[in-house]
Ligand binder design. Structure first.
Ligand code: NAD
Ligand code: 3PG
Length: 633
C-alpha cells in the first residue's frame, strides 16, 4: 500500500508460536535429544509443560524449570536451532518483513524464551538486540545448558509485566501474542490492546481475553491501515464448500490462509441464500443450483468452483453480469465416467441387473436368453466431447464398432464413424449412450420419438444429466420391451443428501441398472478435482488469471510486475478509454494492459507503477459500468 503510515503504537511481540510457528525450547529439545531412545517421550513432556504454561495452568517459573531439566541441551545445539527457527518464522510475518524493517524502532520482542536463539532470528527483520527482551541460558564448563539467569525478570512469574514496567514506553502499547502471559501485560494496565495471535496456535483461554483475534499479521496491518505486502488479508476470504468435495480442497484453501466452512450435502435456494452473505468463494458439485436469486444475495462472491464437470446448475450469464468467475474441473473425472459406461454396457448385455438380485434371494436362473457379447456390436455415442471421445477409443479397444453424433464438428478418433443425425444413428446402434452436456436447451433431448427409432431390444445408457431424458418415455420403452435394458446414473431430481430417499418410476423395471450419480465418484477423480479447482480459483484471486474459467473471458496473464488493477465491467463501448483517462489524469504509468471481452463483460488488467495516489483507486471504482474492481499487489 503506497500511503505513508501514521505514527505506530509500540508493538510488543511474543516470539514462540507468534513470531515463529513453533516453541523454541520444544525445537531445542528435539535437536538436543536426537538419537536418544527416550527422545519422543521427553519432547512430549516438554511440549505438554509448554502448553500448560502458555494456557496459564501452571506458573511460568515452574514450567520453565521442569522443561530445562528435561532438555539435556548444549551450546553446540544452538546454531542448528537458530537455522531451523529461521525457516519457521510465521508466514504472514515473513511476508511483511519490510514492515518490520521500516518500523523496527517501534517494535519490541518480549519473550520468556531465550535471547540466544531469538536475537539472530529477529535480526533479519531489522530488530536489534536492544529491542529483544528475553531470558538468557546459563552453561557449565562443557557448554551444557544448566538453567537460566535468575537475575533476569523474565525468568520469574509475572516477568513480562515487570519487563514492561522497566521498559516504560512512552505512548500506546499493543501486545501481540499467543500466550496468557502476553494477555497479562494488558490486564496489568501496561498495554492498551491485546491481540491474540492465532496464526500458529489458538488457545481458548487466551482468545477469550483478547481485544482482537489475529489469524495473521496481515489482519493487524489491514485493521490499522498500515503498509502491508498483500492487498487484502487472506484470512478475510471465506470459502463455503457444499456437497462434500474431497478433503484436499479444504486443505488447500486453508493452506492459502482462507477461512473454510463446509456443509455435507447440497443446499436449496433459500438455505443457500441464508448462508451466502460474506462468502467470497462458493464450492459446489452437481446438485446445488446457483440461481440469480442466490447470486443477488451473494454480496462478496468472487468465484464459484464447480467441483465437477457440469456447470448447468449455475446461472452462468448472471454470474458473469455480477462479475463472479466460475471454474470447473473439465477433465478430472472423464476417465471415471468412461470406465463406468464400459462396465455398464457389458453388465446390461449380460442382464446382470436381473440376475444379481435373484442370486441374493436364492434363485438360480442360469440362461443365455437375451444375453450377448459386445464384440462386433455397434455403440452409438451421442455427444462426442471429452467423455464421448474417450469412450470411443476404449470401446473400439474391446471390439465395439462406434458411431457418434455431435451437434459440433469433432475430431473423428480411430475408426469411429460420424452420423449426421440421430435419425441416421439410432436405427444402427445396439447400445446408445448419452454424453451431451446439460445446457437448458437439452431438456428432454431424448424422448419417445428417439426411443422408437432405436433397434428393438437395444440398450440405453444415460450418464450425462437427468433432465436430458424424458423419464416417463424411457420407462414406457423399457416396459414395452422396445429397450432391452438401461443404465441410468443421473435423474431430473436427485436426493440432496444420502439420508433422502430416491424416488423414480424406473425403480423395479427389468434389466435396469440404477446408480446414485456416481459416474465421477472415484478416489482418483475426486482427488484430482479437489486440487484442480482450488488451484484455478487461487490463481484467479492472486493474479487475475482467468484461464479455464467457464464464464469469463480467458486471459493467461504474464507475471505481475508491480500493482495490478483488475477491472470487470459491462461490455459497452468506451469503458477502456475511461479507465485510461483516469490513469492519465492521475499521471499513472501503465506497464502493461490486457483486455478481453465476451458478449456480456469486459475484463481489463492493468499493471501500473507502485507509486500512485489512493484517489486513483476511488476514481477507477467510479468508472461508469464497473461491475467489480480490485487491486493486487
Ligand atoms: N454421471 C456423472 O457423474 C458425470 C460425470 C462427469 C460428467 N458428467 C456429464 O457428462 C456430460 C458430458 O461431459 P463432457 O465432459 O464430455 O462434456 P463436453 O462438453 O466435453 O461434451 C459434450 C458434448 O456434447 C455435445 N452436445 C451438446 N448438446 C448436444 C446436442 N443437443 N446434440 C448433439 N451434441 C450435443 C457438445 O457439442 C459436446 O461435444 C455432461 O453433461 C456432464 O455434466 C456426468
Ligand atoms: O458434472 C460432473 O462432473 C458429474 O455430474 C459429477 O457430479 P458430482 O460431483 O455431483 O458427483
Amino acid at each position: 500500500m503506497p500511503d505513508a503510515a501514521p505514527l505506530l503504537p509500540y508493538l510488543v511481540f511474543d516470539f514462540d508460536s507468534t513470531f515463529t510457528q513453533v516453541e523454541g525450547l520444544d525445537e531445542l529439545a528435539d535437536i538436543a535429544l536426537a538419537g536418544q531412545p527416550d527422545r519422543a517421550e521427553r519432547v512430549g513432556q516438554i511440549k505438554a509443560l509448554t502448553d500448560r504454561g502458555m494456557a496459564g495452568e501452571i506458573g511460568f517459573q515452574e514450567s520453565l524449570a521442569q522443561r530445562l531439566a528435561l532438555l539435556g541441551a548444549n551450546r553446540r545445539h544452538l546454531a542448528p536451532l537458530v537455522a531451523h527457527l529461521q525457516t519457521k518464522v510465521s508466514a504472514s510475518i515473513r511476508r511483511n518483513a519490510e514492515f518490520f524493517r521500516r518500523f523496527a524502532d517501534r517494535i519490541y520482542v518480549v519473550s520468556s524464551g531465550f535471547r540466544e536463539f531469538i536475537e539472530p532470528v529477529v535480526a533479519e527483520f531489522g530488530i536489534g538486540p536492544s529491542h529483544v527482551l528475553a531470558n538468557t541460558f546459563t552453561f557449565d564448563a562443557e557448554g551444557n545448558i544448566t538453567g537460566c539467569d535468575p537475575a533476569n525478570v523474565l525468568s520469574r512469574d509475572g516477568g513480562k509485566i515487570r519487563q514492561l514496567v522497566l521498559l516504560d514506553l512512552d505512548g500506546p502499547v499493543y501486545v501481540l501474542g499467543d500466550g496468557y502471559t502476553d494477555y497479562q501485560i494488558r490486564e496489568a494496565g501496561l498495554a492498551h490492546r491485546f491481540y491474540a495471535y492465532t496464526e500458529n496456535v489458538s488457545r481458548p483461554s487466551v482468545v477469550a481475553h483478547a481485544d482482537e483475534v489475529l489469524p495473521t499479521f496481515d489482519e493487524f496491518l489491514y485493521q490499522l491501515k498500515l503498509p502491508m505486502t498483500l492487498s487484502y488479508p487472506k484470512n478475510r476470504i471465506k470459502v463455503l464448500l457444499l456437497e462434500n468435495p474431497d478433503a484436499r480442497a479444504a486443505e488447500l484453501f486453508r493452506q492459502e490462509g482462507y477461512q473454510v466452512e463446509q456443509v455435507k450435502g447440497a443446499l436449496d435456494e433459500d438455505e443457500l441464500i441464508a448462508r451466502i452473505e460474506g462468502v467470497s468463494i462458493l464450492g459446489i458439485r452437481s446438485k446445488t443450483n446457483v440461481t440469480a436469486k442466490v447470486l443477488a444475495a451473494a454480496n462478496r462472491l468472487i468465484a464459484i468452483g464447480a467441483f465437477c464437470i457440469g456447470t448447468n446448475q449455475i446461472d452462468l450469464p448472471e454470474a458473469m453480469r455480477r462479475g463472479v468467475a466460475v471454474f470447473n474441473a473439465p477433465f478430472s473425472n472423464t476417465r471415471s465416467v468412461v470406465e463406468l459406461t464400459l462396465a455398464e454396457l457389458i453388465v446390461l448385455a449380460r442382464r446382470i441387473p436381473e440376475k444379481n438380485p435373484k442370486m441374493h434371494q436364492g434363485e438360480w436362473d442360469k440362461s443365455a436368453s437375451g444375453s450377448f457379447e459386445i464384440r462386433g456390436k455397434t455403440l452409438g455415442i451421442i455427444g462426442y466431447g471429452n467423455i464421448g471421445a474417450q469412450l470411443s477409443v476404449v470401446a473400439e479397444a474391446v471390439g465395439l464398432k462406434v458411431i457418434y453424433y455431435d451437434m459440433a464438428e469433432k475430431l473423428q478418433l480411430g475408426n469411429a464413424v460420424k452420423a449426421k443425425s440421430l435419425e441416421e444413428m439410432l436405427p444402427q446402434a445396439d447400445i446408445v449412450t448419452l454424453h451431451i452436456d446439460g445446457r437448458p436447451e437439452n431438456q428432454d433431448f431424448f424422448g419417445a420419438k428417439e426411443f422408437a427409432l432405436m433397434k428393438p431390444g437395444a440398450l440405453f445408457i444415460n450418464n450425462a444429466r437427468g433432465h436430458v431424458v424424458d423419464v416417463p418415455a424411457l420407462a414406457a420403452a423399457l416396459r414395452s420391451g422396445q429397450l432391452g435394458g438401461a443404465a441410468i446414473d443421473v435423474f431430473p431430481y436427485e436426493p440432496k443428501t444420502n439420508s433422502e430417499s430416491f424416488e423414480s418410476e424406473l425403480r423395479g423395471l427389468p434389466n435396469v441398472l440404477l446408480t446414485p450419480h456416481i459416474g465421477g465418484s472415484t478416489a482418483e477423480a475426486q482427488r484430482n478435482i479437489a486440487e484442480f479447482v482450488p488451484e484455478r480459483i487461487m490463481e484467479y484471486i492472486n493474479t487475475g488469471n482467468t484461464q479455464q474459467s467457464v464464464n469469463f473471458p480467458n486471459i493467461q496473464l504474464p507475471t505481475q510486475q508491480a500493482h495490478r488493477l483488475i477491472h470487470i465491467h459491462a461490455n459497452v463501448p468506451g469503458v477502456l478509454a475511461n479507465i485510461n483517462n483516469v490513469l492519465a489524469q492521475h499521471h499513472v504509468n501503465i506497464l502493461g494492459q490486457y483486455l478481453k471481452t465476451n458478449e456480456l463483460i469486459g475484463y481489463v488488467i492493468t499493471d501500473i507503477n507502485r507509486e500512485y495516489d489512493q484517489d486513483v483507486i476511488q476514481a477507477l471504482r467510479a468508472v461508469e459500468h464497473t461491475i467489480k474492481f480490485r487491486v493486487l499487489y
